[in-house]
Each structure stands twice: as structure tokens, then as C-alpha cells.
Ligand binder design. Sequence first.
Ligand code: DGT
Ligand code: CA
Ligand code: CA
Length: 580
Amino acid sequence: MPVHNADIAAIFTEIADRLEIEGGNPFRVRAYRNAARSIDELGCSVQTMIAKGEDLKCVPGIGADLDAKIREIVATGTCALLQRLRRTLPPAIVELLQIPGLGPKRVRALHEALAVETQEQLVRAARDGRIRKLRGFGAATEAHILDSIEAKLDKSRRFKLAMAEQYAGPLLAYLRATPGVDKVYAAGSFRRMRETVGDLDILVTARDGAAVIQRFTQYEEVNTVLASGDTRSSIVLRSGIQVDLRVVEPESAGAALVYLTGSKAHNIALRRIAQTRGLKINEYGVFRGSDRIAGDTEESVYAAIGLAWVAPELREDRGEVEAARTNRLPVLIERADLCGDLHAHTKATDGRDSLRDMALAARDNGLSYLAITDHSQRLAMAHGLDPARLAKQIDEIDQLNVELVGITLLKGIEVDILEDGSLDLPDSILARLDIVVGAIHSHFDLPRAKQTARVLRAMDHPYFSILAHPSGRLIEEREPCDIDMLSVIRKARARGCYLELNAHPERLDLLDTWCQMTKAQGVLVAISSDAHSRLEFANLRFGIGQARRGWLEKGDVLNSRTLAELRPLLARTLSVPESI
Ligand code: DGT
Ligand code: CA
Ligand code: CA
């Protein structure tokens, strides 16, 4: 059975916690804590060292007693001392230590005076006002404990990227305006462009950490300060978003940014590579022994362990480390690579702006073509187009195209895929369009076989161009429908049609792993805004983030093509005789 250094460190930490709650000898407590840290940071496996017959007493903080305990843990997976300590105090009590503001002494006091052993009991005691009566606690402490627990319980809540961005932007600007601050970076899942973020992680480089932390905790949107020290702090904003701040010296910017950007799995993979080269990597730099050999920039950190710099969106330990080692990283799509947008609405249906205003806004956003794809008749709520109204829109677009400069409108529709897989408009009108975007808006819960057959049948339709928001999911609100996506992708390849990556921040649909699958099958992805107003072209950047998480390059993206290049790719639609 493998015993990892982290397992040993966790056991020693729990021993230290329990000894301290019991009021044990502070030196003994310290010894276990120090040992936990040095083992955690050791850089090579203790289990392997023992197997090779090496002496553990060369590890800082490990004497004869702890050496014996480590061997016991490696041999048995646990340690008699811990078992004994676990019998004297209940298991859940250690979890109380994770509540900011509660150290072992306070946990011990709460246990002795109020018999508090679990978080639930703690919440009850706080709500009953029993904690404020204890010596060393007051009403403020009681309120703080309650806030902290609520923040912690709330932490499972995740925030959509676009929403997190709204809170992050002003906070980053506020920190940048702090005297003495060198650089301010957003890190964590936010920088990796995850579709949701659990909390925000911010890195600041500065000489005087305490001054930065003070300014951070004084930010006007702060609701609770969970923790604050000289180099790190955590707050909860009024919005409920937790923000973790870390301050390092400017020399460590690159190393700290790599560490804080994560993902954790990516960091672990990097550390493993460093270990094989006899190097140690942490948030301060890359070290050979006590020599710091890199860390001022991210590039230097990756280079020190033989890797090319990895774009944050790829840092999920899904093959990017190997690709960085062999110089096979993708050249990821960028927003500037998009020439057009293939999914947008006007006020003819549920959009807010006119054809002309949408066209001009698309041009202002650097696009040279825009497909107008209003809803079809079945979506009555959205005032979907019947053949007559669509015919009228087609004429309007033809007229506008004569007059507009620098932007071309394509004639399209977002046609409903009905439950049986047929399309919601007759071929006679679809035949007049440049592009037919098909989408599911009902019956999301069909069983897998039926749902798949429905979509495949729709894609078999000769006019079908792009499958819009293929899974139908709404982030945190509606799960993806159950569909065999590989079959869908293969059908797209066979029929010469495409999959959409819907850039709306509540959809981001294709999922990142499906982007990879689509690319692997040689099917192009359309990154589309699904704009319902002229302001929503800005959402394309979220689609780009998702596409990058899915390893897509410029060549994998349908609307990175110029209009001249695009037309033949849509030709299957165009070449079908109008008599159908
Ligand atoms: P989130 O907040 O759940 O959306 O995801 P992240 O990735 O932002 O995770 P978070 O906020 O817990 O931590 C921020 C970064 O800090 C994470 O991406 C990598 C680094 N980190 C956190 N915990 C560990 C750890 O135990 N080991 C290592 N190597 N890195 C960690
Ligand atoms: Ca985070
Ligand atoms: Ca965090």
C-alpha cells in the first residue's frame, strides 16, 4: 500500500491538533507540526527512502522518536498514538479547527464548557448566545464564528465566470491603485477560465505585504474578513464571493503565479517533474538545494523543469504537461482570430436590437460577417418566425447588404429540432438561407437513445449547418441532456456540418472535453455569441476561453474563416436545389 508524504504529514498534523486541544506539552505539539511541514516539503517519498534503507534522521525535525513513528505509519498506514488520541476526543472536533478564528485553545474551551463537538453544535451554541458568556469569548467573537461557519457552508456555491468577473474587475483595479503595489494578477480557476469559480484568488507583488493586506481588508465591498496576516488574507465580499489574496516579493512573481493559478492537479504534475530533476518547486521559486534557479517569471519556472510555458486554460493535467515537454502544445485560438459570428437574434423574435444595429455592432466588434438566426415558429414565447416573416427578413437582409460597408449579414435561422428530429420550418423556406442552425428547446429529458436519434435525424436534413448549444445545459441550472455526443460528432463529419460552442456565459456549451473530441474527429466548431442584443458580442470572449480549455486552435474554428473561405464550407446548404 503506498503511503504518501502527505498522508504522514496529515497524521502528524492531526496528532498536533489533538494534543493541543487536550492541552498537551507545547514543545511536543511543535515537534509534530514541524515534522509534518518538513515531510510535506521534502520532495522525495519517505516510503521510498525507507525502502532504500536511507536514514530519515537527516530530514529536518525528525529525531529517533519521530523516525520510529514514520516507520510505523509506512508499515501500518496509521499510528497507535493517533488511535489513542482519537478515542479521547470525538472525530469531528478536529474539523472545528478549520473554522477561521478557532484555534486549538478555543476549541478546547468550547468543548470543556459547552460540550461542543461538531459544527452543528457550534452553530447552535452561537445562535443561542451561549458562546459570548465564556471567558475569552465575547459577542463579537460569537458573531464572527457564526459568520465564518456560514461562509464555509456557503462555499460549495460556485459563481459563473462572467459574474465572478464583475466582482473581480473593480477589486483588481482597487488593488492596483494601492501605493507600493508592483503587480496584481488574478489567478486560480478564474485565470484558467473555468466556467464557474469557487472563489477568487489574487496575487499581488509588493515589498510591504502588511500594507497591501490592510488595504485589501478595507475594500468597501468586504462583508467578512476570514483571515488576515502579513502575506495572505481571505475575505468574503457582500456578493458572497470569497477572495483569497497572497502577497509575495516581486522576484517570486512567476513562481507564485504558477502555484496560485493551479490547477492543483497541474501543480502536482509540475512538482513531480521537478523532483525527477532533483529540483524543488514552490510558490517562491524553483530550487536546487538552497539555490534559487528560477521564479521571477512563469516562463522561467517552466523552463527550469524543461517545459514550454503552458497557457492557463490548459492547466488541468489533461496532457498539457507532456505536450509542453515535447513542444507539442497547441497554438490556442484567440479572440482576434474570429472573423464572424454565426448565431444572433434581432427584435423580430426575442432579441432587443434591429438588423441594422446588430450588423453595425458586429462590425464594431471587429467581425466582418454576422449570421442572423432568429427563432422559428415553434418558439411562440420568443415570437418565432413563420415562413412568411422569415421571407420578409430575408428580403430585408438582402437590401441591407447592398448598403452596409465592412460587414455582411448572412441569412439564417435558429430552427427548432422537434421531438421526432424533424425541423420546425418547411424546406421551401430553409432553401433560401445561407445557414441553418438547429437547436433543441424542448424535451431535454428524453432517454439517451431517443435523444441521440432525434438529433442525428435532424442533422441528416440536407439544409442543416450547425448544431447549436449541443447539450442544452444551463450552468448550475439545467444538466446537459443525455446524448451520445461522439455519434453526434461523427454524424457532423459525415454530413459536412458543424457543432456550435455557444459563448453565452450561462451556456458555454460545447463542454471543454467535447471540444477536444470534436477536434479529434476533424469537425470544425463555430464559436457563436447567440447575442440577443448588440452588447452581447462581448460574450464571445467567454466562448474563446472555453474553446482554449478545449485545446482548439484557429484552424479548428469555423468562424475563424474569412467569408470567402466560409462560403464553400456552407456550400452543402447552398447547393441544394430550391425545388426541394
Ligand atoms: P475553485 O476556486 O474551486 O474554482 O478552484 P481553484 O483552482 O481556484 O482552487 P483554489 O481556490 O482552492 O486554489 C487556488 C490555487 O491554489 C489552485 O488552483 C492551486 C493552488 N493550490 C491550492 N491548494 C493546493 C494544494 O493543496 N497543493 C497545490 N500544489 N496547489 C494548491
Ligand atoms: Ca479559486
Ligand atoms: Ca482559493
